[in-house]
Ligand binder design. Structure first.
Ligand code: MEV
Length: 438
């Protein structure tokens, strides 16, 4: 096959780049210059990044920004956000400031249970399997002692293991469904190591179990893996105030605003097409903080969206009430996050973000992340139901368009000024640039 290679990972970094340039690029010199421009001149730092993954050729930058003025319970935070979308940090900062003057955000962690499963196939009598499980369960736990020792010393560990009969869904399919408390660690490695040990012990002990015939002894372990669906690792965040206190420059009529805002949230509760975009806006805030703090945003995304569909229909993650003169807006989401281990101790900017957040526990971080999601959604729905989204969005996007046209600093100053009083659209900016240049 043309353009394929074996042993790529064994090549040195510069050999990898040479192969890529020779195979896929026309202007090899510019491509090489670009790749090298993004290398860090600090060799130690570059090596650290090279070693995060396999086949690193360069770095891919995302801006790390900050949304200050978040009052969460009794603490004020400046929240670090790594994101490419121009309007996200501006919207978060604006929402933070808005609620700072109205009592801030209240957040609480409702539960912190993580889940992992050993999936296996067993052909035989369920009562016998159950009897075997009852007998082997203490051994499953004791055999993981070398893995759980440190976690237990800190107060975490395995919470329980259940045998689950899933044969109604798939013939001969059963699970060991285990729950864990992993404290400040996200816990993926801890959980997966425990699960693989459970699977080993389960399999080995099944050969000794007197109650099984030969077919029943032949348990087949299919896989052992944590679940990113963590509906019992839950956090709730809320804002509320008197309806009249919503009054501000953007909200001249708070009663009308509150009702329309609630309608927008109700629409996202019942209409999946809207719910997906509504929740995407929430994830703008959540992913940005998750990424800045070195957590796994794919895990968070997968778990959050599964939760949004838990009643069989995809729905809004936020809710709103307007009752007895009070406007209340809240979010409840599952979040499995860590503030120790993984990238958190390796990436210097993650360390920096953690310090900015006053070295949060995993529970603190769950609250901060949920608040970032709620704030983002408040900002988006507020714009959508008042000015429309494009006004703010395009204002923030203006700089991207100017950069696309390689505007000079002097041109930028003039055009930013011009668009303070003119509507930003792509064609309006193009027109204004060419007018200025002519
Ligand atoms: C854009 O990234 C996010 C929004 O579409 C969210 C929403 O519609 O609620 C503005």
């Amino acid at each position: 096959m043309p353009n394929t290679i074996s042993g790529f990972s064994k090549l040195s970094k510069s050999e990898k780049i040479d192969w890529l340039l020779n195979t896929y690029f026309t202007d090899k010199d510019s491509a090489r210059t670009l790749v090298q421009r993004y290398w860090n001149s600090d060799k130690k730092l570059q090596k650290l990044h090279d070693e995060f993954i396999e086949n690193t050729i360069t770095n891919y930058y995302l801006p790390l920004g900050v949304a200050p003025n978040f009052l969460i319970n009794d603490t004020t935070y400046a929240i670090p956000m790594a994101i490419e979308e121009s309007s996200v940090i501006a919207a978060a900062s604006k929402a933070a400031k808005f609620w700072l003057d109205r009592g801030g955000f209240k957040a609480e962690v409702l539960a912190t249970e993580k889940i992992g499963q050993v999936h296996f196939i067993y052909e035989g009598d369920f009562d016998k399997l159950n009897a075997f499980f009852t007998e082997v369960k203490p051994k499953l736990i004791s055999a993981t002692a070398h893995i759980t020792k440190n976690m237990e010393r800190r107060g975490g560990g395995i919470l329980d293991i259940e045998l689950r009969n899933k044969t109604e869904d798939l013939p001969n399919y059963y699970q060991l469904h285990a729950t864990f408390e992993t404290l400040d660690a996200m816990g993926a490695n801890f959980i997966n190591s425990c699960l693989e040990q459970f699977a080993n012990t389960f399999k080995t002990e099944s050969f000794q179990f007197k109650g099984f015939n030969n077919t029943e002894k032949n348990i087949s372990i299919v896989m052992s893996i944590l679940s990113n669906y963590v509906p019992e690792c839950l956090v709730r965040a809320e804002v509320s105030c008197k309806i009249e206190d919503l009054k501000s420059k953007d909200i001249p009529n708070p009663e009308v605003f509150a009702q329309k805002f609630k309608q927008a949230v109700s629409i996202a509760e019942v209409e999946p097409y809207r719910a997906v975009t509504h929740n995407k806006g929430i994830m703008n805030g959540i992913d940005a903080v998750v990424l800045a703090t070195g957590n796994d945003f794919r895990a968070v995304e997968a778990g959050v969206h599964a939760y949004a569909a838990r009643h069989g229909k995809y729905s809004s993650l936020t809710h709103c009430s307007v009752e007895n003169g009070i406007f209340k807006f809240w979010i409840k989401i599952p979040l499995a996050l860590g503030t120790v281990g993984g990238l958190t101790s390796l990436h210097p900017l993650v360390n920096f973000s953690m310090e900015m957040l006053q070295k949060p526990s995993a529970k603190d971080l769950m609250k901060i992340v949920a608040v970032a999601g709620l704030a983002q959604n408040f900002g988006a729905v507020k714009s959508l139901t008042t000015t429309g989204i494009q006004e703010g969005h395009m204002k923030m996007h203006l700089m991207n368009i100017l950069n696309q046209f390689e505007a000079t600093e002097a041109e930028k100053v003039k055009l930013v000024e011009h668009f303070k009083t003119n509507v930003v659209t792509h064609s309006a900016v193009v027109e204004a640039i060419s007018k200025l240049r002519n």
